[in-house]
Write a protein that binds this ligand. Sequence first.
Ligand code: AMP
Ligand code: MG
Length: 413
Amino acid sequence: MIALDEAQAFVLHSLSALAPVDVALDEVLGCVGAEELIAHEPVPGFSNSSMDGFALRSSDTLAGSVRLRVTDSVRAGDVSSLRLEGGEAMRIMTGAPLPDGADCVCMIEEATVEDGGRMVRINRTISHGEFVRRPGEDIAIGQVLVSPGDELSAARVGVLASQGFTSLSMFPRPRVGVLSTGNELSRTTGPLRSGEIRDVNRPLLLALLRHSGFEPIDLGTVGDEYAQISRRLHEAVRACDAVVSTGGVSVGEVDHVKAVISELGGESSRWMQVAIKPGKPFAFGVVGARRTPLFGLPGNPVSTRVSFELFVRPALRLMAGHLSIERLTLNAVLDCALPRPSDGKLHLVHVIARVHEDGLVHVESAMRQGSHLLSATVRANALAMVPDGAGLAVGEHVRTMIFDADQLSAPSP
Ligand code: AMP
Ligand code: MG
């Protein structure tokens, strides 16, 4: 058996970020910028009003109360053809350009309209620049908007839209093929025949990939025949940026996937017995000039899920250009004992993690653990890592990987 760290390092050292491509602005959310992007337009682009009110000259209001002649009304999108002179005001709406000759805005609540709108009384001294948004106040030309490695959040999408960017050089979302292997997998949605099971791993992985921001590609299922597996994986690595298969990597008679990965990946490939439970068998290799990774995960659905979190997700995040590829991992307080036999492995236990009133993250295992017991994991939002030994007692700290941080603040189930 090899240590989890060593297996993870083997995978990550084989990979690098995908070549950048231009991605449309409405597709960039969650992608990572490949190049520095610089502002080429000031925002705002022109002086404009931040209030509905009256544009005027601050010097006219030095004495406090003053009556001004209203010469025009400017709405957002309009430009007044008039110049504002001393003793004058113009009605102005939020976002409308400040007229030439004006230097401030009096908000409508502080003005009194007189003579049917022809005159306005301003009731206090308005200072120069009051309620005026200056050009470049938000974004100045030359400001760095995206640095390589920045993940594109919704706010950043908005900032880029304010510059008129329509597409950007980004690391693409890896397109990840998912193939299930096993003679026992039913090919239909009808009643199961004797000995058949439904394919759980493919929908599970397609969902996990989508949820992590990658582009899943459904490659279907294949039986336990070496030639068929070889052909399907061969095709898959040419069509995808990465391929994940499940089943056939253990030590059974028909576990051909590990041999196919070794055939396709050659020197770069490795079949590993990782010192973890679940998820011990794992095959990995990179194929072809594009060094497309091929992940052979074990078939039990809980193992598949755990192996995805430990090996596949960090690798795909690296390929997607992310600088931080790990899930949030922290020390949590154990609210239940996690006994275990000593077996040389790190045990990965599905747990419910919640922030308690003491401000600390507490975990409890409310479920039966077993690599084939997927339904017992649905309430879990984290994986506790119980080191080899006799286990951990209530109140001890346990290293915990959070895979659904939103649930940390949910009520305890
Ligand atoms: P294997 O890794 O191929 O030895 O499979 C280990 C266990 O996982 C067996 O009980 C398989 O029937 C089960 N299994 C394999 N593939 C799937 C799948 N796609 N969906 C559900 N269970 C599976
Ligand atoms: Mg199998």
